[in-house]
Design a protein around this ligand. Structure first.
Ligand code: ADP
Ligand code: GLC
Length: 479
């Protein structure tokens, strides 16, 4: 079985959020278990500028047709940790400052999808499984069906993983032809249309052989009409092939005992004495006035999903209870502005850095006492798992994968708890959990037990890798 992941993000070349962690670390696990796995992704500018010391060579050039356009496509290739990476390039679409955030993103990823399948044809590659991810790849099974069925060396099966259903990949009816050279009659045949638009995400759901969401709870949420995004009926229709498989974590990379970025390394045996050294150093570096206060942190894309407003609206009460709060993130300008305003109100206890920094993120996980995830929705969440690994207790809203990965402290179950949860998306509900966290923090014995429990959780890919492998085999009819 040969697997090709097609994705807009994969470490170590490009990561904006958890998608980049998952495509890489799942592929890595596959390779370790001797399943040849490759990744196809765009050749973003940052990759051509920083090749990470790797030999990235051009291996093919062909012309991609998008209705009346004929566009040059160059394929680059490298091997990293046993994973073959194929990079799709067209200068106009991908030689840009950022990976996303342009008005023509849908057109850019139309090109990417067409080119990804054409690459398999032109280079005569053979994959039994095409594992596609999120809206940027949802049209691929339909593209295959329209143009390549019976023409590839292997007939692939399509596994579609929905990481973030908030992004539907919407285009107009006319774009079916204008981008994909697909007849507009496909707008009304039930495969592509969501309300009055074509949705790449819906198309992926309707045309793939298997669909996965990134946690079992989120699968239920989606089937129950998640956030009114109108996917419920098509998911209901495909229910029999939907599975919720929780993401794993790259436990080698995220390991406080060997982490090269943090001030002092530690493990479960010495976490209590060593973690505090990280905290004091970090708090000094970041300019907190009293480094000894409990530290609550966030590392996140600053989007509505992540629920930052709940924290900002509760800051006054949090500050009354004496704590430090740190945010690392980039994203929507109005959220950044609101955070910047509160920094000026609480300069001694509230610090934010608006940047993307792997290194700083490692320091945050290693230095914090609690990690805040007040998400409105969270399909899986990687950051609570990293927090566990670093003995930092997640304080999260009970939604999606957060329900599946956190055993909440209830005031007395410190023997088993490994974090805190609150249910309602409102200040009161959040502050109850926040106060419970502070109470726990004050009582060293139960607190240290919960920290140890967190560090004991097995978030490795072991179990989920097997679920994916079995799903691939099932899709191939070999179960
Ligand atoms: P999402 O995919 O919705 O953004 P996840 O919790 O699944 O949320 O994954 C987020 C990933 O991105 C984590 O690995 C987190 O450490 C990382 N991350 C998010 N923002 C930043 C940032 N500003 N700097 C460094 N890493 C970040
Ligand atoms: C998405 C989700 C996040 C998940 C990640 C990786 O970005 O927002 O919850 O962990 O994908 O699957």
């Amino acid at each position: 079985m040969r697997v090709n992941m097609i994705t807009s993000e994969a470490k170590p070349f490009l990561k904006v959020g958890g998608l980049g962690d998952v495509t890489y670390s799942l592929s890595r696990k596959m390779v370790v278990y001797k399943i040849p796995t490759s990744i196809t992704m765009p050749y973003y500018r940052n990759i051509r500028e920083n090749k990470l010391g790797l030999n990235i060579e051009k291996v093919s050039t062909f012309e991609v047709r998008m209705a009346w356009r004929k566009l040059q496509c160059d394929i680059y290739k490298t091997i990293y940790q046993g994973i073959t990476y194929y990079f799709i390039n067209n200068d106009f679409y991908f030689d840009r400052e950022k990976p996303y955030g342009y008005l023509d993103d849908q057109e850019r990823f139309a090109f990417f999808q067409l080119a990804s399948v054409q690459m398999i044809y032109e280079m005569e590659l053979a994959f039994e499984i095409l594992h596609i991810h999120d809206w940027q790849t949802g049209m691929i099974p339909l593209i295959y069906d329209q143009f390549y069925k019976g023409k590839l060396k292997k007939e692939p099966k399509f596994i579609y993983t929905i990481h973030n259903p908030a992004f539907l990949g919407l285009v107009d009816r006319k774009d079916l032809y204008d981008y994909f050279t697909i007849n507009e009659s496909y707008f009304d045949n039930g495969l592509t249309r969501l309300d009055n638009k074509v949705s790449y995400l819906k198309t992926g759901i309707m045309t793939s052989d298997r669909i996965t969401t990134v946690s079992p709870t989120h699968a239920k949420e989606l089937l129950n009409g998640f956030a009114g995004r109108n996917l419920q009926s098509c998911l209901e229709y495909r229910k029999g092939i939907v599975r919720g498989i929780i993401n794993g974590l790259d436990v080698k990379e995220w390991n406080p005992d060997t982490d090269p970025f943090i001030h002092v390394n530690y493990n479960k045996e010495n976490v209590l004495s060593r973690k505090i050294e990280n905290k004091i150093q970090f708090a000094k570096e970041m300019g907190f006035k009293d480094p000894s206060l409990p530290l609550f942190s966030i590392v996140a894309r600053l989007t509505e999903q992540k629920g930052l407003d709940l924290i900002l609206d509760s800051l006054k009460e949090m500050m009354d209870h004496k704590c430090n709060v740190f945010i690392l993130g980039t994203g929507e300008k109005d959220i950044e502005n609101k955070i910047a305003y509160y920094q000026s109100v609480y300069p001694d206890n509230f610090v934010a850095k608006f940047m993307y920094s792997e290194e700083l993120s490692h320091k945050v996980y290693a230095s914090s006492d609690f990690f805040l995830m007040p998400s409105r929705f969270e399909p899986c969440g990687i950051t609570q798992m990293i927090s566990h690994r670093y003995g930092t207790l997640p304080l999260a809203r009970a939604t999606g994968g957060l329900v599946d990965t956190i055993i909440p402290y209830n005031g007395s179950n410190h023997e088993v708890a490994d974090g805190l949860l609150f249910t309602e998306y409102n200040k009161n509900s959040y502050l109850v959990a926040f106060k419970m966290a502070l109470e726990l923090y004050k009582h060293k014995r139960p607190f240290s037990k919960v920290v140890h429990n967190a560090m004991d959780v097995d978030h490795s890919w072991k179990k989920s890798y097997l679920e994916f492998r079995n799903l691939y085999l099932e899709a191939m009819g070999r179960d």
